[in-house]
Design a protein. Structure first.
Lengths: 510, 505
């Protein structure tokens, strides 16, 4: 590649990534020159401004046509835009949490959190925009490595250290599994570009190796479940969520999970959509029972284990495992609603989970305990915390008038809409949702039914803004889901996802 | 008339919520007044709606519909849209139930004097509950119905769990989980029907399911699918009604919840189960319903006898009444099982009549509990001496409950059994035993409280003026329906005729 080729690329489409990269670099330099004891809050503001700018630049790109630069390692299409909005929005809210995070025993000012967070975000955004195995993997690793360090950011906290270590070890294993699966895909097709892989999948030669393809799918899918914390690689979540600082937990449970779904959609849907499995039958149909089993297992494990948790962060870890299980359901039915269902559910999930973690952060840091009893009598003490928390929990439980219900309803439509309808999966989802009522409403009961005269909880203005924003979003999307759906249909065209850009467009013209 | 009328009616309780939010929580007097006025506004709107309602006209009236949620679905057969609309409307049946809701809500709000703490949040939840109930009866599509159905669950959970008696949390949980099971089944059935037919509207669904089988085959709707849907719906609403093996939650709620909430619960919320059975069970799948009629009737008789038998053995008035509700809901099933005009009319009459009677009796038990701090039968005796008006109303309510002619309970039981005797005489004959048992437990409970040796009761003063309003109003309504049932049956006839036409009866 010579300089002319390099310059011929339309670099402008990468504006959001450049902004994040630039701000992250800037922050790391500023952090070096700041006095040790001075507050790192300005860094949070700058990081927030950077994320906001990236968000704005994506909105400016909404009308931009599908563009691919660097030979499809970077794509600007509806899919990447739709999911990058979620990633950026989630990170923005996490930043507010982080800037208000106080821990008595944390005497140092940690500036690196902010640029690590941005680095992780950059990795996630690359995954959303990439259609090449190599860059997908690099994005995944960038996200993972930054997350490992963030989990262990409280150096003097044993739990945090343990959490980081567990995360690194299990993350490494998951990465190895993913790579192993991808190597099969590469070996069979000889390509790293997803579209070319898909093209080669149709070759007659491959029909003989249907078994290997199915094997590759199973291995890669299993490896990718790590990031979304679904079965079989979900076991890290409770330990890591428990030990990591709350903002990091919020990040892992929301942004990192969204990124996990992004890479799953990219990799699996593009490459395997037309692939033939054993005996030449469509592969995605053949592996349906496998995905179904994983989804069902995730929902059951998450919800049933959450029942026994007293530690609020562990409970939310299992809750987020269960939520990942719900979002796996559309993968099974694989209907044409796939993208909007997952997008809408993740949008709702973003608001309800970050909202809940905001309340959790306020309570656990004030009471210095992670026990669920920190919620005791919250309605009496701080009704303005208890009421939003109730809405977050209702939404997580999928009760109407919240965004969570609309999301679940959509997933049901997807599961029951196609032939054959997946009644069993829908029943498992409904039954486990019912189980989830027990622990979600247990928190509500503790907040409302147990009176306790304890100190009020002070809410910094930033946190109050996050709470208000999340509550309003959940209710508005619950009553008028068309606001989000119309935005999705109006600005994003799902077909762009599959649209291959001819290479010639970007070769240099002398 | 204004087409927005029904929406105004459904959301009218929200006005009370709005006002309450801006009322300081220490101002108890204003809050109580807002609580009562806030339920009067929906009642007023309901009366306006009634006047706009054409009594003799069939079909849906005062309908409103607009686009709400739109998923764009592309399928191999082309683009199929699955629009979810906001659709409300009333027919005779839902009009009657809306009126019942509005009336019982006002009286329950007045009866809320017995609530001791946290008035503000209590009334906010109370209004949300009322909105949910009104919405359930006005909704004309599955989505909307389900949403309002679930909206009633959450305020109830709080009302039971926060303001109830000793084992309130347990009762709240068992309410939540049992009803959660019901709505889970309901949701799966609703979505399955929606995805098969592409519509959620009641009328369109009924029309689609009534198409000849050859056309249905093209939509992949088999007979088994219809039967499966009907069974799912029956089970879901059987939890709500409740039907015999699934009734334990309801007894717990009736014992533990505060009296005004029990008035609402037993008076209206249980009726959602009956409403669902009529509208979805008999209305959507008439043929299948007919073939299951015997089982429905069997469960009806079991409910009737089992509830009555247990009511006889109870020592707590609340439990007697709770099991009496189980028993009386059996009569609804018996009426439905008859699948003829008399039976259907009886079932609907029983819904309305039991709504009024149980609201009255639970109100009176609340008054007793207020005075004595207990609802054990042995604490009371000879109450009539010190509280004559109370005793009189209680006796009248009891007589209505056991079906004395001239009261609303008589008409409904008579019609329901009349219907069933035509179709399944043996089952009906067994069922009539329940009527005797009813007389036994009602008289045992009422008489042992009001008459007999007078027992020491610390605060035995008669009904206060505020307490008289709900008592007399409910009694008047019971007598009115008992003496002049035509008013109700005229309103119901077009709706019932339409359902019966589907049933081919």
């Amino acid at each position: 590649m010579d300089l002319d080729t390099l310059l011929s690329f339309e670099w402008g489409v990468m504006a959001p990534e450049f902004i994040i990269l630039g701000v992250a670099t800037l922050l790391s330099i500023i952090d070096l020159f700041m006095k040790r004891e001075s507050s790192r809050k300005p860094l949070a503001w700058m990081a927030g401004a950077g994320v906001l700018a990236a968000l704005v630049s994506i909105f400016l790109q909404l009308d931009h046509e599908v563009t691919s630069i660097l030979y499809d390692t970077y794509r600007l299409d509806s899919f990447s835009k739709a999911f990058k909005i979620l990633l950026l929005l989630g990170t923005l809210l996490v930043l507010v949490l982080a800037s208000n995070y106080k821990k008595e025993d944390l005497e140092e000012n940690r500036g690196e959190f902010y640029y690590l967070l941005l680095a992780a975000l950059l990795g996630a955004m690359m995954m959303a925009s990439s259609a090449d195995l190599i860059t997908l993997f690099v994005g995944l690793e960038l996200l993972s490595l930054a997350s490992y360090i963030m989990a262990g950011l409280e150096r003097k906290n044993k739990r945090s250290n343990e959490s980081a270590f567990k995360y690194v070890v299990s993350g490494g294993i998951a990465t190895a599994i993913t790579l192993f699966g991808m190597s099969y895909v590469f070996g069979l097709t000889g390509e790293t570009n997803l579209f070319k892989i898909a093209e080669n999948m149709g070759e007659v030669e491959l029909l003989k190796h249907g078994f290997l393809l199915v094997f590759a799918f199973i291995i890669t899918f299993a490896g990718l479940t790590f990031k979304i914390a679904a079965a079989p690689l979900h076991m890290w979540a409770p330990d890591v969520y428990e030990g990591a600082p709350v903002p990091v937990t919020a990040f892992l449970s929301v942004v990192s999970k969204i990124a996990g779904f992004v890479i799953m959609l990219r990799f699996i849907i593009i490459t395997f959509i037309a692939a033939a499995g054993i005996d030449g039958d469509p592969l995605l149909l053949q592996v349906q029972p496998y995905i179904m089993a994983l989804a069902a297992a995730t929902m059951i494990i998450g919800n049933v284990t959450a029942l026994r948790q007293r530690n609020i962060k562990r409970m939310f870890a299992y809750s987020s495992i269960a939520q990942a299980g719900y979002i796996l359901v559309p993968f099974v039915s694989n209907s044409s609603l796939l993208f909007e269902l997952i997008w809408f559910y993740l949008l709702a999930y973003l608001f309800m989970n970050i909202g809940a973690f905001t309340v959790i952060q306020l309570l656990t840091s004030q009471e210095r305990s992670n026990d669920v009893s920190v919620f005791r009598g919250l309605y009496r003490r701080s009704p303005w915390l208890a009421v939003p928390m109730t809405f977050f929990l209702l939404s997580l439980a999928g009760i109407p008038v919240t965004a969570g219900f609309i999301g679940k309803f959509g997933i049901f439509m997807g599961a029951l809409g196609l032939q054959p309808a997946h009644y069993w999966l829908a029943a498992v989802m409904m039954a486990t949702t019912l189980v989830s009522y027990v622990y979600y409403f247990n928190i509500i009961a503790i907040m409302f039914f147990r009176d306790e005269e304890e100190a009020k909880v002070s809410v910094p203005p930033g946190m109050a803004a996050v709470l208000a924003f999340c509550t309003a979003s959940i209710l508005i999307l619950g009553v008028m889901p068309d606001l989000a759906l119309d935005f999705f249909y109006g600005n994003f065209d799902v077909n762009e996802f599959f649209m291959r850009i001819e290479d010639e467009v970007h070769t240099h013209t002398h | 008339m204004n087409t927005w009328l029904l929406s105004i009616l459904i959301f009218s309780p929200l006005l009370g919520v709005l006002v309450l939010i801006f009322t300081p929580s220490h101002d108890e007097r204003s809050i109580k007044w807002i609580g009562i006025l806030g339920t009067l506004f929906p009642l007023g709107t309901a009366i306006v709606t009634l006047s706009a309602f054409n009594m003799s006209g069939g079909g849906l009236q005062l309908t409103e519909r607009f686009q709400w949620v739109s998923y764009e679905v592309f399928q191999s057969k082309g683009e199929v849209s699955y629009p979810i609309l906001y659709e409300v409307g009333v027919n005779g049946l839902s009009m009657v139930l809306i009126l019942l809701t509005a009336v019982v809500s006002v009286l329950a709000a007045i009866a809320s004097f017995s609530i001791k703490q946290n008035w503000k949040s209590y009334f906010i939840l109370f209004f949300l509950l009322e909105m949910g109930m009104l919405g359930v009866f006005a909704a004309q599509n599955l989505f909307l119905f389900f949403i309002f159905f679930e909206i009633t669950l959450i305020p109830m959970f709080f009302l039971i769990g926060r303001w109830g008696y000793l084992e309130k949390e347990k009762a709240a949980y068992s309410f939540l989980i049992y009803n959660g099971v019901g709505s889970a089944i309901l949701l799966i059935a609703f979505v399955a029907m929606f995805m098969k037919t592409g519509t959620m509207n009641f009328e369109q669904l009924a029309y689609t399911f009534a198409l000849p089988q050859s056309e249905l085959n093209q939509m992949l709707i088999t007979k088994n699918f219809k039967m499966g849907m009907l069974i799912a719906l029956l089970v879901a609403f059987a939890v709500k009604l409740p039907v015999a093996p699934l009734h334990s939650w309801m007894v717990r709620v009736h014992v533990q919840a505060p009296p005004p909430v029990v008035m609402i619960h037993s008076g209206i919320l249980l009726k959602i189960g009956a409403y669902g059975l009529i509208v979805f069970g008999a209305g959507l799948f008439p043929d299948q319903f007919r073939s299951l009629a015997f089982i429905v009737g069997l469960f009806g008789v079991i409910n009737l006898l089992y509830g009555a038998f247990l009511a006889i053995t109870q020592t707590d008035v609340k439990r007697v009444l709770a099991y009496s509700s189980v028993s009386h809901m059996g009569i609804v099933l018996i009426g439905l099982a008859a699948v003829n005009e008399a039976g259907m009319t009886g079932a609907v009459f029983q819904v309305v009549s039991h709504g009024l009677i149980s609201a009255l009796l639970f109100f009176l038990v609340g008054v007793l509990y207020e005075r004595a701090g207990s609802s054990e039968l042995r604490t009371f005796g000879g109450v009539a001496k010190r509280m004559p008006i109370f005793a009189g109303v209680m006796l009248a309510g009891g007589l209505a409950s056991l079906g004395l002619p001239g009261m609303s309970g008589f008409i409904s039981e008579f019609m329901a059994f009349l219907g069933l005797f035509e179709e399944m005489p043996i089952l009906a004959a067994v069922g009539t035993l329940g009527l005797i048992l009813t007389a036994v437990y009602v008289l045992r409970a009422v008489l042992s409280i009001t008459f007999g040796a007078e027992k020491e009761l610390p605060n035995a003063y008669d009904l206060s003026p505020t307490e008289r309003i709900p008592a007399f109003a409910l009694l008047a309504a019971i007598l009115f329906i008992g003496i002049y049932p035509a008013w109700l049956s005229d309103m119901l006839r077009p709706t019932l005729d339409a359902i019966l036409l589907g049933l081919g009866g």
